[in-house]
Unconditional design. Structure first.
Length: 403
């Protein structure tokens, strides 16, 4: 739908301007992720933690669910950087499947996990799928690891779902082996734990999720202290203090939802989530940084700019890189329709919000998932439609650092 190419100028600060990133990205014209489109077809990029896109060496992969044959099924599309089109594969031909997530394996293959028959399943590229949850499971999120991947998901073994983790390794034939499921919080849950995401702080695993133990939703996180032990869960979405916060109509607490997190720099992690503390205009984008020494998250900061406070923000994705680049995306209705917006960290502050070229303007653009590759390119995939109730298309663009 959008056929423009644009340069988004991003002054990343003096330190980053001297690094490999030149301070701007030039985005390619958007291309289809899949050729399957139609009046009754709906695509979903709904992975927990917004991990629907991954990069391995010189190849990008996008996973999603659509109902082209009348049944929700999971697909994976792959494209080398120098190819013009994606190559698509159906991963779940015999079952309904939902909310896929993808991670790049160290050897250039891709691992996809999803919900099927109320369990978590996964497969490597075109290899056979394996069931990875003994009990009822949902909301899988994958994170690449040096020797495979980490899988986190919500597993219901008792009354309430809790967040568990498994370490996955794939052999040359694509056969998966997994460590036993490890509860992030060993204390029996007293309410729901949902929608996890994970990131590496150096060699320490950090997991965050939605938690309803105070009888409203908060964002919690814990950091690994061993193979299957974590720090006590910490609330990272903090209740506002001062400036009349006691008088705000929060009830038991202001609403938050859907945390996404990513590593950046040597050992930093930034977590972002939908936050309704400024309740008059719906959800905003708020987040917090981890202290790599203590494994604890600090003060909450607002990511979107002041103009964004007049509209609701949804579907947050976070991308980071070892050189310190940190980018957050979301969809935003400030112009009267949904656009994909970007903000990035510069000199310790968040930039003005910038529409993603090709994913803004007429129509509706939402549910973006973003990732940075080793050369500083910013890859993005999103759902596009002509109107809020119309059929959908999947689109992809890549931003190349400008000289």
């Amino acid at each position: 739908m959008k056929r423009v190419s644009a340069v988004v100028t991003m002054a990343l600060g003096a330190a980053l301007c001297m690094a490999a990133h030149a301070g701007s990205w030039q985005f390619s014209p958007p291309i289809p992720v899949t050729a399957s489109e139609g009046e009754t077809l709906f695509h979903h990029l709904e992975s927990s933690g917004r991990r629907s896109i991954a990069v391995s060496n010189t190849e990008v992969a996008v996973t999603w669910e659509d109902d082209r044959d009348g049944t929700p099924r999971v697909y994976l599309a792959r494209k080398r950087f120098d190819e013009e089109h994606f190559r698509e594969a159906l991963l779940t031909p015999d079952a309904e499947a939902y909310e896929p997530t993808v991670a790049a394996l160290p050897d250039g293959r891709f691992l996809v996990a999803w919900e099927q028959d109320a369990r978590i399943w996964a497969r490597v590229n075109d290899n056979a799928a394996a069931q990875l949850s003994e009990h009822e499971g949902a909301q899988a999120s994958l994170l690449a690891a040096p020797d495979g991947a980490v899988l986190v998901f919500a597993e219901r073994a008792g009354r309430y779902p809790r967040i568990v983790m498994r370490h996955l390794v794939a052999d040359a034939a694509g056969t998966l082996t997994a460590t036993p499921a490890c509860a992030i919080d060993p204390v029996e849950p007293i309410d729901e734990q949902l929608y996890p995401g994970a990131a590496w702080s150096g060699d320490r695993l950090v997991v965050a999720w939605e938690d309803r133990r105070p009888k409203h939703t908060i964002i919690m996180a814990a950091a690994a202290t061993g193979d299957c032990t974590f720090t006590p869960p910490q609330r990272i979405s903090l209740r506002p203090k001062g400036n009349g916060a006691r008088d705000l109509p929060f009830g038991t607490g202001h609403g938050v939802a859907r945390v996404a997190l990513h590593a950046y720099g040597d050992d930093r992690v930034f977590a972002a989530w939908d936050d309704k503390r400024n309740f008059r205009h719906g959800y905003d984008v708020w987040g917090a940084d981890i202290d790599p020494v203590t494994g604890q998250f600090g003060e909450n900061v607002q990511v979107q700019d002041d103009f964004g406070e007049l509209a609701a923000q949804w579907h947050i994705s976070v991308a980071g890189a070892p050189d310190g680049t940190l980018v957050v995306s979301w969809d935003d209705g400030r112009e009267g329709n949904a656009d994909i917006m970007l903000s990035w960290r510069e000199d310790g502050e968040w930039s003005d919000d910038t529409p993603l070229p090709g994913a803004s303007g007429e129509g509706e653009q939402a549910h973006a998932s973003i990732v940075l590759d080793a050369e500083g390119r910013l890859h993005a995939a999103w759902v596009e439609r002509d109107d809020p109730d119309g059929p959908t298309r999947l689109r992809y663009t890549v931003g190349t650092p400008a000289p």
